[in-house]
Structures are given as structure tokens and as C-alpha cells.
Design a protein around this ligand. Structure first.
Ligand code: NAD
Ligand code: TDX
Length: 335
């Protein structure tokens, strides 16, 4: 089995490469990543010498670069590559359209041309928009994306669907809730708050801090994609989530408690534009149809994650130089 994994140097993609190398050592894993600010080959040090692993630096929207890879006998494409940060999509939407929509279309077209057996699109619950105080997103919830990021992911999902309906391509779409765990770029809530707290810097909580996210440990997302790529029914969408709803203040307070830091570090800042209030996933379909079960409960997962960042300070330090700093200045000034 030969897998082409795009975006495999990012947070979830690198966790997935490590997971697959460990669980399927006989599979060939080709990791294609453009190494944007979010891509980090440090995450993959432990598989570099693996005989069935190969890294290729390329942009998924560059057809000429992608074609030889798809032409070379790939069985399954798993597409993680994306611009993934909502705040960046508000500052700079164009790159989201290029990578998330045009990149996906380029891959789909090549998958069709070279008769790839399956295309797995790693999507997000954000395509469904926002929930009120009650209810869950199911696979039947209408798409109602609210940010340029989620709109670009929804556009990609519709193209994936179209290649199935129009050309008969064997596709699956996974729509997972918020992930946390090792190797997450510190622009996202959990690693950002850990890093700031460690340095006694203010923790910027958007709005009233009561927006709710449904948290899943990254390895549980990887095991869901593993099941979908092996057993998912052609054309189906699978929601993924562990029913771990927490508001942002709860998350931040847990991190502070774990690190023994004071709640006075919490600083309320201007809300994100178009900030979705609540996400919550109904994952019954993947549980019942494919037998997926998450292994990590949130309370232990978050503690393990805080510990991981404490033990990998050199990983964080490397990221906190260069491109990350430039972005952070644009977004937050010198704060
Ligand atoms: P990430 O930003 O950490 O990683 C994205 C990776 O894609 C990076 O390695 C980057 O270099 C690469 N990339 C970006 N543009 C590229 C291009 N044009 N060509 C090739 N590679 C490119 O993102 P993540 O959090 O790991 O998310 C991975 C996927 O999972 C995304 O598609 C995202 O929409 C989806 N997702 C994320 C979450 C989450 O909570 N983080 C939840 C559900 C779904
Ligand atoms: O500094 C912050 N302060 C804050 O209050 C940051 C970075 C975030 N927040 C809030 C905004 C959200 O309500 O925390 C919540 C989580 O924010 P992010 O970590 O930016 O994640 P979110 O916007 O929910 O999107 C994530 O989950 C779905 C990923 O970034 C997406 O790629 C994925 O599709």
C-alpha cells in the first residue's frame, strides 16, 4: 500500500505520519508538504530513517510538481495540506482559497487521471458554521461556513463531493472537531496559552471567553482517519469528535492550574471577527459504522499535552524565531 500524505509536516499531518509508520511499517508513506510557516520537519525526526518513508517539498496547487508523484502508483491520497488558522484567514484570505480550494482541486484532478483508489479529504467541523446552546453537528447539517478559512474548507469539500458524483472517484471526507496534542503550532489556543503562561505573559482571551470548542486528542483523530481510509464507504462523510465541550476560559484555567500560574494572567481582548460561538460533534456514524472509539479522555489528554510542551521547550524555541514572530507582530503588535 502506498499513501500520499499531504501537509504531513504540520500538526495533525506529522502526528498521522508517525502513527502510520508505527502501525503500518510495511506501507510506503510519501509526505508532501510545502513547508510554510506551519510545516516543521523537526516533528518527523523519528521517521526520517524509516525505509518506507519519503519527504517531498512541494505545493499541492502546483500541478507540475504534484503530477509525477501521483503518476507513480499511489493507492490512497490523504489531504491534510491547508492553511489552517482562522485569524490568519481574516487577515489574508487569498492564500486560503489558493491552497485549500485550488490545491484540493489539483489533487482531485490528478487522482482522477491516475485512477487513485481512494481520496481522503481531512476537513473540519467549522464548515457547519456555529451552534447555539444546544444541538450537535451531524453529517446532514447544512454547510454554513462563517470565516474565510471555513469557507475555503467547505469549497474544497464540495469539490471532493463533485469528483465523486461526476467522475465516480472513491472519496471520503472527515470533519473533525478541534484537535490538541504534541507539535501544534503556537498560534492555536492551547499551545499559545501554555507558552504565554510559562513566560508569565498575558493570556489573550477573545471576547467573553465563553465560546465552546469540542476538543479531541490528535491521536484519536489519526485513528479515525486510519479507519476511514481502510473501511470508509465510498462518497461518505464522517464526523469525528469526542464530546469534550469546553469553553475557552475553562481550557485556559486548566492550563494555568497545571502550570501553577495565576489566573490574573488572563486578559480579555477584542473578539475575533465572526467568532463562531459553539462547535459540538455527533460522531455516532463513525462509531457505529466503523467502530471508532477515542482512547484519550480530555482531562488526562490536556495534562499530558501540557507536560509534552514543558518537556519539549527546544521545539517551541525553534518555532518562536523568524516567521512566527513576524506574523505575531502583524496580528497583535508587539504585545
Ligand atoms: P497545520 O497548519 O499545522 O499544518 C498544515 C500543513 O500544510 C503545514 O505543514 C504546511 O506547511 C502545509 N501546507 C500549507 N500549504 C500547503 C501547500 N500549498 N502545499 C503543501 N503543503 C502545504 O494544520 P493542522 O492543524 O495540522 O491541520 C491539518 C488539516 O486538518 C487541515 O486541512 C485542517 O483544515 C484540518 N483540521 C484541523 C483541525 C485542528 O484542530 N487543527 C481540526 C479539524 C480539521
Ligand atoms: O489567542 C487566542 N485567544 C482565544 O480566545 C486564540 C488563538 C484563540 N482563542 C479562541 C478562539 C476560539 O474560540 O480559542 C478558540 C480556539 O481557537 P483556535 O485555536 O484558533 O481554533 P479554532 O478557531 O476553533 O479552529 C481550530 O479548530 C478547527 C483549528 O485552528 C482549525 O484548523 C480547525 O479546522
Amino acid at each position: 500500500m502506498k499513501l500520499l500524505i499531504t501537509g504531513g509536516a504540520g500538526f495533525i499531518g506529522s502526528n498521522f505520519v508517525l502513527y502510520m509508520a508505527k502501525n503500518y511499517p510495511d506501507y510506503q508513506l510519501i509526505n508532501v508538504d510545502a513547508l510554510t510557516y506551519a510545516g516543521n520537519l523537526e516533528n518527523l525526526r523519528s521517521v526520517e530513517q524509516h525505509p518506507n518513508y519519503r519527504f517531498v517539498k512541494a505545493d499541492i496547487a502546483d500541478r507540475a510538481a504534484m503530477e509525477p508523484l501521483l503518476a507513480d502508483g499511489v493507492d490512497i491520497v490523504v489531504n491534510f495540506a491547508a492553511e489552517s488558522h482562522v485569524d490568519r484567514s481574516i487577515l489574508e484570505p487569498e492564500i486560503f482559497v489558493r491552497t485549500n480550494i485550488m490545491g484540493t482541486q489539483t489533487l482531485l484532478d490528478l487522482a482522477k487521471k491516475y485512477n487513485i483508489s481512494k481520496f481522503v479529504q481531512v476537513s473540519t467541523d467549522e464548515v457547519y458554521g456555529t451552534l447555539g446552546d444546544t444541538g450537535l453537528f451531524t453529517e446532514e447539517t447544512p454547510l454554513a461556513a462563517n470565516s474565510p478559512y471555513s469557507a475555503s474548507k467547505a469549497g474544497a469539500d464540495l469539490l471532493v463531493r463533485a469528483y465523486h458524483e461526476t467522475f465516480g472517484l472513491n472519496v471520503n471526507i472527515t470533519r473533525c472537531s478541534n484537535n490538541y496534542g504534541p507539535y501544534q503550532f503556537p498560534e492555536k489556543l492551547i499551545p499559545l496559552m501554555i507558552q504565554n503562561a510559562l513566560n508569565d505573559k498575558p493570556l489573550p482571551v477573545y471576547g467573553d471567553g465563553l465560546n465552546v470548542r469540542d476538543w479531541l486528542y490528535v491521536e484519536d483523530h489519526c485513528s479515525a482517519i486510519d479507519l476511514v481510509l481502510h473501511k470508509g464507504r465510498s462518497g461518505e462523510v464522517y464526523n469525528v469528535g469526542g464530546r469534550n465541550e469546553r469553553n475557552n476560559l475553562q481550557v485556559v484555567r486548566t492550563i494555568l492550574a497545571e502550570l501553577g500560574k495565576p489566573e490574573s494572567l488572563i486578559t480579555y481582548v477584542t473578539d475575533r471577527l465572526g467568532h463562531d460561538r459553539r462547535y459540538a460533534i455527533d460522531a455516532d456514524k463513525i462509531r457505529n459504522e466503523l467502530g471508532w472509539q477515542p482512547k484519550y479522555d480530555y482531562e488526562n489528554g490536556i495534562k499530558e499535552t501540557v507536560r509534552w510542551y514543558l518537556e519539549h521547550s527546544e521545539w517551541m524555541e525553534q518555532i518562536l524565531s523568524g516567521a512566527y514572530q513576524d506574523y505575531f507582530k502583524t496580528q497583535y503588535g508587539d504585545r
